[in-house]
Design a protein around this ligand. Structure first.
Ligand code: EPU
Length: 302
């Protein structure tokens, strides 16, 4: 979708929004898949309510993009524009055991920055790609920890009220890869309360998690992490592996040979290829185990 009406371009510039025309989503997602649309980059949180009013008034649909690391975007010309936050400088500010983090901050760099200041707890998240906002929205976790545990406060734009709102940690429910945020809430900032721990000790934990991840996940390849959530008490990766589906392909979309719950783009996979692979694997698992796997990856196709 293109924004070229001068009636809109002027107000966007006044709000300090940077318009990147015809952005390729394949270049903004870790899967390397996705069509083209205009990208609106937001520098000031407080401009968001006005920006969205402007888009709504002009019947322009939108979606919020974080780090693009858990996302499968449709092919071709997309029927909505994409909004993305530009991280401020600095994007993490520490105050005792509290870390004030912008949602656009890179998750890995945030974990490392906090670690260097003797704040731990998030070692397991070190290799998880994406932004802090993305991690928050779906309660990212690994190696026995999840980000929700450390959330003291969240600032978000709530589409339902058209306002920027602040929630205390106890007002939000954080479950396995699921939160009580609405799907159209846009994460803006978070305050994390992290346990004090000496840097050397945190570093040991980080190294162990990194090693585990390197040995079990296809880190050098284009992927969106795990495609399916684990069903209660089971591992989607193990189930897919047991069915002998590693290497199964549709075009350049392929079940990883290293971890069967990672589907990789080995070249120029389309969303159509990846969606066909997801549907096929889901069906085979359903037939063999009677379990309907639920997507962990977020799909934007429509
Ligand atoms: N397994 C296989 N074959 C495979 C993959 C896994 O047999 O191809 C077996 C492993 O040997 C192990 C079990 O399945 O016994 C579980 O595997 P793993 O430790 O890799 O964990 P997982 O349940 O597949 C989850 C998260 C990962 C997270 C790891 C480490 C989900 C869907 N996945 O994977 O998160 O990194 O644990 O904590 O919850 C993600 O969210 O995108 C993600 C990658």
């Amino acid at each position: 979708m293109r924004i070229n009406d001068p009636k809109l371009l002027g107000p966007l510039a006044e709000l300090g929004i940077e318009l990147r025309p015809a952005a390729k989503l394949s270049e903004l997602t870790s899967l390397g898949i996705g069509g083209t649309t205009d990208l609106l980059r937001i520098t000031k949180h407080e401009t968001i309510p006005e920006l969205l009013q402007l888009l709504d008034a002009n019947h322009i649909a939108h979606k919020f993009l974080g780090g693009g690391s858990n996302l499968l975007v449709d092919d071709g010309e997309l029927p909505w524009v994409v909004l993305q936050l530009v991280p401020p400088e600095p994007d993490v500010v520490l105050e005792g055991n509290l870390a004030h983090v912008d949602a656009a901050a890179d998750l890995g760099r945030t974990v490392t920055f906090c670690a260097k200041h003797d704040l731990g707890g998030m070692e397991g998240l070190i290799g998880v790609p994406g932004t802090v906002g993305g991690a928050l929205r779906m309660n990212a976790g690994a190696y026995g920890m999840q980000i929700g545990t450390y959330v003291r406060e969240v600032k978000l734009y709530r589409a339902a009220t058209r306002k920027i709102e602040t929630f205390r940690g106890h007002q939000i429910s954080f479950e396995y890869r699921h939160t009580s945020f609405a799907t159209d809430d846009m994460m803006l900032a978070v305050i994390l309360e992290l346990p004090s721990k000496p840097y050397n000790e945190i570093l040991k934990g980080i190294r162990i998690c990194n090693e585990k991840r390197r040995s079990s996940q296809p880190l050098g390849q284009k992927s969106a992490g795990c495609i399916f959530k684990n069903p209660p008490g089971a591992s989607a990766g193990r189930m897919i592996d047991e069915l002998g589906l590693k290497g199964l392909s549709f075009g350049d979309a392929r079940v990883s040979d290293r971890h069967a719950n990672f589907f990789v783009n080995t070249g120029h996979a389309s969303a159509k290829d990846m969606l066909a692979l997801i549907a096929d694997v889901r069906e085979r698992v359903q037939e063999a185990y009677g379990v309907m796997l639920e997507n962990e990856v977020v799909v934007w196709n429509g």
